[in-house]
Design a protein around this ligand. Structure first.
Ligand SMILES: Nc1nc2c(ncn2[C@@H]2O[C@H](COP(=O)(O)OP(=O)(O)OP(=O)(O)O)[C@@H](O)[C@H]2O)c(=O)[nH]1
Ligand SMILES: [Mg+2]
Length: 162
């Protein structure tokens, strides 16, 4: 039986504790306390780590660890990512600039991400309220003109090879 460690990280309130608790086959270990951080209205926040686990059909075990979301606990990132097989970064798509939030984690975990795979989960809102502004105002690498309407500012952001 092998054991694999997956790290869940992301902004405060992105859903790390909820996600681990939802898939853990044992009661999750949580370290949430009453939230005194006025930058977020949520009632409780993680101040240590989350832990949950589940077993694959072949008997291998997946151990899930979650980081706290508040930046003052970012010294725990290196500790919690040690020996992880991969990472899941959860973003809160209801926040003003989820891409800037995401960048904090991509840069903060840059050393780990050189050697481990990463999945990015988008939570809370399926579409960002400023999506149209974002797609028409930024130049994405590889994006030329939309193959349907030929406009480079098309909200679909289709490439010429689509
Ligand atoms: N509507 C909605 N609510 C969500 C989603 N993901 C999480 N939540 C809710 O958001 C709240 C915060 O979730 P947590 O799991 O505590 O978030 P966290 O990332 O662990 O937060 P911190 O530990 O404070 O960093 C919970 O009430 C969840 O039910 C989502 O995709 N949609
Ligand atoms: Mg949490």
């Amino acid at each position: 039986m092998n054991e694999y460690k997956i790290l869940f990280t992301g902004t405060m309130g992105a859903g790390k504790t909820t996600a681990i608790g939802a898939v853990s086959e044992t009661p999750p270990i949580v370290t949430d306390v009453v939230n005194n951080d006025q930058s977020h209205t949520k009632e409780r926040t993680t101040v240590g780590l989350d832990f949950g686990q589940f077993t694959l059909d072949n008997g291998d075990r997946i151990r899930m660890f979650g980081t706290p979301g508040q930046s003052r606990f970012d010294f725990l990132w290196k500790i919690l990512s040690k020996n992880a097989l991969g990472m899941i970064i959860l973003t809160d798509n209801s926040r003003p600039d989820p891409l800037a939030d995401l960048r904090v984690y991509l840069e903060g975990f840059a050393d780990d991400l050189d050697i481990m795979p990463c999945a990015i989960g988008i939570g809370r809102l399926g579409e960002h309220p400023r999506r149209r502004w974002t797609t028409t105002s930024r130049s994405w690498p590889g994006t030329t003109a939309c193959c349907r309407c030929s406009r480079s500012t098309c909200a679909s952001a289709m490439t010429s090879s689509c």
